[in-house]
Design a protein around this ligand. Structure first.
Ligand code: GTP
Ligand code: MG
Length: 199
């Protein structure tokens, strides 16, 4: 898929106020600092469509972007950011949960996992929650450029083995680097192939 246009639509914390259209929607979520906003910029070919930060916790709202005037891309806040207050965490959790439970237009969620780390409980719990709620998702391993190819391959194999301890089947997964565009075509073509089944 070629990205011809991408524009910011709105930010909010209330699922009932998200864009009131029937356009298919693809969400991106993962731990804070995993590289969600960078991936969105890489996919859309825009330097600063989504705000990138060295400090975790930059994205705090549900951010809608309109792509090619026919689908929405959604940048969600990171989970597991330690430096926000308990109250703030609860508020986040509430509106993100509401988003996943209520957003009918949501077609697929890309769950981002930092390829440098061993499986983290918070990510595994989130995958579990998505599974229990039968919300379709794929996995995106990020920051692949930060590892030597053999280490990257080993980490991904280890992750898959860990998932197969609890899952019967592996979800689709992608290996990406926002620094050098790895995985861009694969993700965009995947989105396009789903969009084509919807028309
Ligand atoms: P929050 O919105 O704070 O939850 O973070 P986020 O998940 O949107 O992460 P963001 O895209 O802001 O990136 C966090 C940091 O990781 C930034 O310093 C990025 O430059 C860096 N980063 C993101 N993706 C990559 C990548 O593929 N390769 C490298 N080398 N660095 C990356
Ligand atoms: Mg962000």
């Amino acid at each position: 898929m070629k990205i011809k246009t991408s524009e910011f639509v709105m930010s909010n914390s209330d699922v009932t106020k998200c864009p009131n259209t029937q356009l298919p929607e693809y969400a991106f979520i993962g731990r804070s600092n995993v590289g969600k906003s960078s991936l969105i910029n890489m996919l859309t070919g825009r330097k600063a469509l989504a705000k990138v930060s060295g400090k975790p916790g930059k994205t705090r709202l549900i951010n809608h972007f309109l792509i090619n005037e026919n689908w929405h891309l959604v940048d969600l806040p990171g989970y597991g950011y330690a430096k926000v207050s308990k109250q703030e965490k609860k508020t986040f959790q509430k509106y993100i949960t509401a988003y996943f439970e209520k957003r009918q237009q949501l077609v697929n969620t890309f769950i981002l996992i930092d390829s440098r780390h061993v499986p983290q409980p918070i990510d595994l719990e989130f995958l579990e929650w998505m599974g229990m709620n039968t919300i379709p998702f794929s996995i995106v391993f990020t920051k692949a450029d930060k590892l030597k190819p053999n280490v990257l391959e080993k980490n991904i194999e280890d992750y898959k083995s860990k998932l197969l301890e609890t899952w019967e089947e592996l979800p689709p997964y992608f290996v990406t680097s926002s620094a050098n565009q790895t995985g861009r075509d694969e993700i965009l073509n995947y989105i396009q192939s789903i969009n084509e089944t919807l028309v």
